[in-house]
Design a protein around this ligand. Structure first.
Ligand code: PBE
Length: 299
C-alpha cells in the first residue's frame, strides 16, 4: 500500500526551486507560464518538519489519499522548514510546506493553505494542556494555574512574531506578561504560590509551543516555582507526561493531530482542556503559486 513516503534525509542544503520553475525558457515555444508541473518544479518534495509531529503523519495519509505516490515528505524541523520557506519566498520560487496556524509565517509571508477536499488534515482544532496523573494532589497551585491558562491565537501570534524578530523567547514571554496583566491575573486567580518546588515542562521546538511554554514557564517562575523546561520530540513529550517524568505540557493538538498519542497513553495523563482554540494544520504554499488544492499536486 503506502510506499515509503517519508524520506529520512536531513533537511539541510535545500535545493528547492533549482528545478525549472520559470516559464521563460528559450526552448520550445516560450510561454509565460511554466510547462513544468508543480511536482517537477519542487522536485516532488514537500518540506516537512520533525517526524514525531502529527502533521507528518497527516501528510503521509494525504499522500496516500490523494494518490501522490511520486512525492516525498522531507523530514527536518520547524526551523529548517521556515528557513527553506524564507529562501524560496525571497526568490519567488515554488515550495510546499507542512504548515500550521497560529504561526508567525502567515504574518511574515503571503501564504495560503491548499484546499483539502478529502479532509485529511481534519478541521479546526484546539491546543490542550496535558498534565501527569497526580499533579493535582502533588502541586495544586501548579495544577490550578495550568487549568486556568488559556489565550487566543492573536496572543500567541504576538509572542511568536516577537521571537521571530529576534527577541529571546524568555524575554518575549516576559514582555507579553508585563503587557497583559489582566489575562495573567485570571490565570493565577486563587493559585497557591510556590516555594521553589520544581515543575517540569516539556515542549517540542515548534514556534507555537516555544511561545506558549515560555509564557507558562515564566508565570510559574513568577509564582515562586522552579521551572525546568525540556525541549524534546513529540513522542517523548507525551511519554514523559504518561510516565510521570514530566509534570505537564501545553502542546496537545486535539482531537486529530495528536490522536495517536492520546490513544497510546489513554488513562495515563489528565487532559485539562483547551488553552487555545481554532488551530489548523495543512499543506501551505506561497500565494504566488498557481495551485489551490492538494488535488493540483497530482498533475
Ligand atoms: N504542529 C505544531 C504540531 C503540533 C503543533 C502542528 C507542527 C504537530 O503537527 O504535531
Amino acid at each position: 500500500m503506502l510506499k515509503k513516503v517519508v524520506k529520512a534525509s536531513l533537511a539541510i542544503g535545500f535545493t528547492l526551486g533549482l528545478a525549472a520553475c520559470g516559464g521563460n525558457s528559450d526552448e520550445a515555444g516560450t510561454t509565460s507560464t511554466s510547462s513544468a508541473s508543480v511536482g517537477e518544479s519542487v522536485d516532488y518534495e514537500i518540506v516537512g518538519i520533525d517526524p514525531g509531529a502529527g502533521i507528518m503523519k497527516a501528510t503521509a495519509s494525504a499522500i496516500e489519499e490523494y494518490g501522490l505516490e511520486d512525492w516525498t515528505v522531507v523530514e527536518g524541523s520547524g526551523a529548517a522548514m521556515t528557513a527553506a520557506l524564507k529562501k524560496a519566498y525571497d526568490k519567488e520560487e515554488p515550495i510546499i510546506i507542512t504548515g500550521w496556524t497560529p504561526h508567525w509565517k502567515f504574518s511574515a509571508f503571503d501564504l495560503k493553505y491548499l484546499e483539502d477536499p478529502k479532509g485529511v488534515y481534519g478541521g479546526e482544532e484546539n491546543i490542550h494542556t496535558i498534565a501527569r496523573n497526580g499533579l493535582e494532589e502533588d502541586m495544586p497551585g501548579v495544577y490550578k494555574f495550568l487549568d486556568q491558562f488559556n489565550w487566543t491565537s492573536d496572543d500567541m501570534g504576538s509572542v511568536m512574531v516577537d521571537i521571530n524578530e529576534g527577541t529571546k523567547p524568555e524575554e518575549a514571554a516576559a514582555n507579553w506578561i508585563e503587557e497583559n496583566p489582566d489575562k495573567v491575573a485570571e490565570w493565577t486567580d486563587g493559585v497557591e504560590e510556590g516555594n521553589g518546588e520544581e515543575v517540569k515542562l516539556a515542549y517540542v521546538a515548534w514556534d507555537s509551543e516555544i511561545a506558549s511554554t515560555n509564557i507558562v514557564g515564566k508565570v510559574l517562575t513568577d509564582l515562586g516555582y522552579k521551572v525546568k523546561m525540556s525541549q524534546v520530540e513529540a513522542g517523548p513529550m507525551w511519554t514523559g507526561v504518561a510516565d510521570g517524568s514530566v509534570d505537564a505540557h501545553v502542546a496537545g493538538w486535539l482531537p486529530v493531530t495528536h490522536a495517536d498519542y492520546v490513544e497510546k497513553y489513554d488513562g495515563q495523563f489528565e487532559d485539562l482542556g483547551s488553552n487555545l482554540e481554532g488551530t489548523k494544520i495543512g499543506l501551505v504554499v506561497p500565494a504566488y503559486m498557481d495551485i489551490d488544492s492538494i488535488e493540483d499536486l497530482k498533475e
